[in-house]
Write a protein that binds this ligand. Sequence first.
Ligand SMILES: [Zn+2]
Length: 395
Amino acid sequence: MTADTKKCVIRNIGLILTGKIEAPLMDGDCVIAIDGKISAIGSEKDLDTDTASCVIDANGVTLAPGLIDSHVHPVVGDYTPRQQQLHWIDSSLNGGVTTMISAGEVHMPGRPKDIVGLKAMAIAAQRWYENFRPSGVKVHAGAPVIEHGMEEEDFKDLADAGVKLLGEVGLGSVKDGATAGKMVGYARKYGIQSTIHTGGPSIPGSGLIDKDVVLEAGTDVVGHINGGHTALPDDQIICLCESCRGSLEIVHNGNERAALLTLNTARELGKLDQLILGTDGPAGSGAQPLGILRMIALLASLGNVRPEIAFCFATGNTARQRKLDAGIIAPGYCADFVLLDQAQHSPGKTMLESVGQGNLPGVGMTVIDGIVRSERSRNTPPAQRLPRIEKQHSA
Ligand SMILES: [Zn+2]
């Protein structure tokens, strides 16, 4: 420990959600982070809490990993041209989201579709979100949409320049399975993750991607398997759940009935670890600051999964599927947390019980890399209890 070490102690925690689907709850009332990474979890009396530069009294509320939105369409900073909206990322932080993953910066006005142009924009977007985190939120962006004419060398160039994601396959000119599969293979060869637009067209100009195209493309993520908005027929969704070994992504901006079908099918197949959540915002239906919490409450109340498991869909599952060092409460992972409590006047005896009855929890605080980023949410229903900052890192 040096004088510059940032040590954050969160004490008096009521319940810890781990993000790990195989063990979603753990004992303990205290989490310690050093220089932005979790160093210890357990009982405060057993842990070394001395020399903390930041101390948070959780006041008995629940600590969960910061939520991960697996499917967003950012453009630049905290502005989206899609609905002419400012600060939608900050609003999502107030909904407990600490990490976002771009499925393509497709709302950029005049988005280049020629190959050199789309590569340049992807590289620039990767840089501008790496260099600037809106309100502290980690935005993994720079996700090019593939177009006809791209060669293996283009994917190598992108990877060499730091691009790690593809935007939704199908939003560009490549809508056939054979071409998509070839390009997804190039992307994978150079360590670039891929996702696909599953279902009917989202807005005028986009197209249908059915199960045959999804299977032939073979992306790492079946993007919005419940449609964005228009879902595939039930038999095709069931077939994708049966056939795909990658992520099955359910989004807020999709068909809720298809979301429940996906969940029920995945449960029957023993594939709940493949489920991940996104909003697909900003989109035609707007930005959705509480979208991830709403998906958790929807699935926990109507989908016959325990609420603590539903939280894993938006945290540890996504982290594992996407190979992120966040989303799980364990030593070495990023100290990205959301502190939650039961909403005032909500039914149920505990936060989890009230979520299981379809109610949103109240967000009391978010922490990213061991630093408090927001306090009582301006967007969720008010929580019964709120954490308090006892001591704050000096600047
Ligand atoms: Zn889409």
